[in-house]
Design a protein around this ligand. Structure first.
Ligand code: ADP
Length: 388
């Protein structure tokens, strides 16, 4: 009996031991699984964080705006590539103070002014140097006094465009006002009694007619330039015999040239064929030939030549033997309303837009235009056109 009880107790103890071991193993397995799952979760979290930070870094570096983050001590924590380009960092910016890296006290002052501010502080700064720049800086404090974020936007191009637009409006107004006041003056003279004298009447009607035509030309040129600027000029490109087009343009100028004793030479080889809009090409040639006669020498010579450049391009040249264009003005003659000799150019009746139109029309054909000139040795304009 006792043996049975002992055996039963031993069996019970063995069973309890087995159960305890199984429970421990189960617990350990569960802990293992839990640990593994946590490790995996942390791993996934870390990867996601790394990916996000990489994504943010790429995003910062691709931004056009310069971006700098400074910590509470005013040291740079992060600066993107655009900021590096704007301020030409000599060494990595991280860890340096704003003033050390940016070398611009106004930028440092904006960041210093931020302390305690909740609003975004905006400021415009000018970076001096060989190529001065205008930057807009917007700065904001980071939450919990963690420092500040500064965003830099390059306004240089925008300001240049604004200046150009203002200049253009001033020039247009001036160009319109001059003929308009001459027309008004002539009309007043006639109304004040001038009309009663046949000679005065004819003279002042002539003035009105000339300046009204000038106004018409100016408005036409302005509209064409505006259409070219916004890509609204449709080219009807076709294959054409260059020499014939040049010949027809020269015939239009035969009388003007004769009055000044200028000889016009068509030296374009008959074999050359271009791919161009006939009307627009005539406009380019007319502007260049008109200038060559106007600004060329009395009893001089104007030569139109052309040659093949290969690779599908032709080069056309319009050469005169006039006084030439001074070196400092050569780059500028294609600008709107630029004239070397303002007074003289206006009396010649030009609008100051002829070469700007030439340039834009040639560009619309995919070509380009340039000028070569030597003082007292004449001027040659060259432009490229696609060959047929
Ligand atoms: P404009 O109506 O004044 O002729 P353009 O745009 O055609 O305007 O020309 C701009 C300026 O370039 C002219 O005012 C003139 O000073 C100069 N220019 C153009 N062509 C010649 C040339 N062949 N020889 C000398 N100067 C020229």
């Amino acid at each position: 009996m006792t043996t049975i009880v002992i055996l039963a107790l031993l069996a019970l103890a063995a069973a309890l031991g087995w159960f305890a071991r199984r429970e421990r193993r189960r617990r350990l397995d569960a802990e293992d699984t839990h640990r593994r799952e946590r490790a995996e979760q942390e791993g996934r979290h870390a990867t996601a964080l790394r990916e996000r930070s990489l994504h943010l870094e790429t995003l910062f570096d691709r931004m056009i705006e310069g971006l700098i983050v400074v910590d509470a001590d005013g040291r740079i924590r992060l600066a993107n590539r655009a900021a590096g380009r704007l301020f030409d960092f000599m060494a990595p910016a991280a860890g340096r103070t704003l003033l050390e890296a940016v070398r611009h006290h106004e930028v440092a002052a904006v960041a210093a002014r931020l302390k305690g501010e909740r609003e975004v502080l905006g400021h415009e700064i000018r970076l001096e140097g060989p190529a001065p720049r205008i930057l807009e800086v917007n700065a904001v404090s980071l939450p919990e006094s963690a420092g500040a974020l500064l965003v830099f936007h390059d306004l240089t191009k925008l300001r240049q465009l604004e200046l150009m637009r203002q200049d253009f409006v001033a020039n247009v107004s001036h160009e319109l006002r001059t003929p308009l006041s001459l027309i008004k003056g002539a009309a007043e003279t006639l109304l004040d009694g001038g009309k009663d004298d046949a000679a005065t009447l004819e003279k002042f009607l002539g003035i009105i007619d000339r300046h009204a035509s000038r106004l018409g030309l100016l408005i036409e040129d302005l509209l064409l330039l505006s259409a070219l600027d916004s890509g609204r000029v449709e080219l009807h490109v076709r294959e054409l015999a260059l020499r014939d087009t040049v010949q027809e343009v020269l015939e239009d100028f035969a009388l003007t040239a004769k009055e000044k004793g200028v000889v016009l030479d068509n030296e374009v080889p008959a074999v050359l064929r271009a791919r161009a809009d006939d009307g627009r090409l005539r406009q380019v040639l007319s502007n260049l030939v008109d200038n060559a006669i106007k600004y060329g020498r009395e009893r001089g010579r104007v030569q139109i030549g052309a040659s093949s450049l290969g690779a599908g391009w032709l080069q056309v040249s319009v050469r005169d033997d006039g006084p030439g264009i001074p070196a400092e003005a050569r780059e500028r003659v294609f600008e709107r309303f630029f004239r070397v000799d303002k007074a003289r150019a206006r009396t010649q009746g030009g609008t100051g837009l002829g070469l700007a139109i030439v340039k834009n029309l040639v560009l619309a054909h995919g070509g380009d235009v340039r000028v070569e000139s030597a003082e007292a040795r004449g001027t040659t304009f060259y432009f490229k056109l696609p060959a047929a």
